[in-house]
Design a protein around this ligand. Sequence first.
Ligand code: FAD
Length: 120
Amino acid sequence: FLPLSTFITTVEQSPIAISITDKKAKILYVNQAFTDITGYQAEDVLGENESMLSDKSTPRQVYYDLWHTISRKQVWQGQLVNRRKFGQRYLADLTIAPMLDEQGNISHYIGMHRDITDAQ
Ligand code: FAD
């Protein structure tokens, strides 16, 4: 068995931006790659909604589809335009997975994204 600290280090050092939120997308945790991509330190974003990353140019239908999917305990994957701390836009390839508690209810969401601006 791996020690618990190894799982924590794995998340912290993952090269994909990882955030953990409550059921309303309030940010509870971000890893180092999240800071590297967005420019936000943990203390900038903890307690804020993930919508703080939104560039507001993404069609509302994308967000509707996202919430429609994840609130049904399914994984959503898509692309949207985000904005870094200092204003620069980037294209994010985002996957959101619901985390379920022992009763099978959604307890948290995990967001994982990469900057794919240069891959276009
Ligand atoms: P909002 O008012 O937040 O929502 C727009 C629409 O989404 C609403 O009309 C409604 O249909 C639906 N909606 C919003 N909240 C809920 C809810 N709690 N339950 C059901 N439906 C709801 N957004 C980004 O732009 N970039 C990201 O990188 C990003 N990462 C996310 C990661 C996670 C783990 C989660 C859970 C969400 C993420 N979001 C991200 C979505 C974000 O929380 C916002 O919903 C989105 O940015 C739109 O924000 P808004 O203020 O424009 O509109």
